[in-house]
Design a binder for this molecule. Structure first.
Ligand SMILES: Nc1ncnc2c1ncn2[C@@H]1O[C@H](COP(=O)(O)OP(=O)(O)OP(=O)(O)O)[C@@H](O)[C@H]1O
Ligand SMILES: [Mg+2]
Length: 348
């Protein structure tokens, strides 16, 4: 791996993408650039890839062209071998950063405004069910980490992930990670099994790293049966799209109920969708904070933006208050939750 060691060591680089032995890109400061780094030849690169695979205890063979693994330092590696990778075996390394961005850094970077962050803090404290929605690499996991960090101390938080990325600092956190079965199909546990198990372990909050498939229906049903304050991320392009994505994922879960009934369940389960996007200049920004209201008589998902980006890419209050604002508006300032009119006046 020696050619790429400097890239691995460089803390300003967040991602390394190797598209073949002599084509290596990196992302730094949110921007992609090609490096002049290269492996000696195809064979040297292939040997390096076999090393990574061996290192994580997996084997790349003609029957197993793709590997997803986590390095001991927490970095995530995805490998797709040739011939499926047509330019040569491709590897993407998402480096683990010791310093996870916190909400203050997000504010500093202009990814969210102080008021937007304060509002999300109130949503978290008020145990709203929240989905962070966004595209690949848009900062969903980072934002979910920031939101999770706003969960009040003293609550029992169960964290379920495909591969462990979240770092919660509270005292009472129990992390779980999916495990693939061995080559004989033994010893695996998938996210659905973890989720069902976790519900029997007296959670105050369940944080699911990412909803990708059938586990969405388990999560929706749990949210509807009184497990408030759960959070997850989904891959979608707008808050409304996130609802549609969740519908598709729930259908993947093999639940046989009519789409309208499913949509009604999803919309009553999810309270808030936070949309984050990556812009061409590498900036990540929260573009919407939206409330999901119950499905109306027309059967359409009713998603109302509470904050959205204005023409100058600033997150602004839309002038609409969420329906839960009265419920969480407490005059007793000693309570952990207070959504007062002051928040809105800060904005206007
Ligand atoms: N607000 C931000 N500003 C700048 N960089 C950010 C921001 N949020 C995340 N990043 C960086 O972007 C990269 C991707 O972030 P993250 O893993 O949170 O995205 P993701 O949407 O969860 O990605 P994936 O789709 O792969 O799960 C990381 O290197 C992270 O440090
Ligand atoms: Mg992620």
């Amino acid at each position: 791996m020696s050619p790429i060691v400097p890239l691995l060591d460089d803390e300003s680089i967040s991602e390394i993408m190797i598209n073949g032995y002599n084509e290596i890109f990196v992302e730094s400061g949110g921007k992609l650039r090609k490096t002049d780094v290269s492996f000696r030849d195809r064979e040297a690169w292939q040997a390096a890839v076999r090393n990574i695979a061996q290192f994580v205890g997996k084997s790349l063979t003609a029957h197993n062209l793709s590997i997803e693994a986590r390095l001991p330092d927490g970095s995530r590696v995805h490998i797709i071998q040739e011939p499926a990778a047509r330019k040569g075996t491709s590897v993407a390394i998402r480096k683990f950063s010791k310093h996870k961005l916190d909400m203050n850094s997000l504010i500093e970077f202009g990814s969210i405004t102080p008021v937007g962050s304060e509002f999300l803090g109130i949503c978290v404290a008020a145990a709203q069910n929240i989905i962070v929605s966004g595209g690949t690499g848009s900062g969903k996991t980072t934002l979910l980490n920031c939101l999770s960090s706003m969960i009040p101390d003293g609550e029992r938080i169960l964290v379920l992930e495909d591969s462990s990325e979240l770092q919660l600092q509270q005292e009472h956190v129990v992390p779980f990670e999916v495990k693939a079965p061995d080559s004989k199909g033994r010893g695996g546990i998938d996210i659905r099994e973890l989720f069902r198990g976790s519900l029997r372990m007296r959670p105050d909050r369940v944080v699911v790293g990412e909803c990708r498939g059938g586990e969405a229906i388990d999560m929706i049903q749990a949210m509807n049966s009184g497990h408030g304050g759960s959070m997850s991320t989904a891959h979608a392009n707008s808050p409304k799209d996130a609802i549609t994505r969740l519908e598709v994922m729930c259908l993947m879960g093999g639940l046989d109920i009519p789409l309208l009934a499913l949509r009604a369940q999803i919309c009553s389960a999810i309270d808030v969708v936070v949309q984050i996007s990556r812009f061409h200049d590498g900036a990540r920004k929260v573009t919407h904070i939206s409330e999901v209201l119950p499905v109306g008589s027309d059967g359409v998902a009713n998603v109302v933006d509470i904050f959205s980006l204005d023409g100058d890419r600033n997150l602004r209050w839309t002038g609409k208050k969420p329906s839960f604002s009265d419920a969480v508006m407490l005059s007793d300032s000693t309570d952990k939750v207070s959504l007062t009119d002051e928040l809105w006046t800060k904005e206007s």
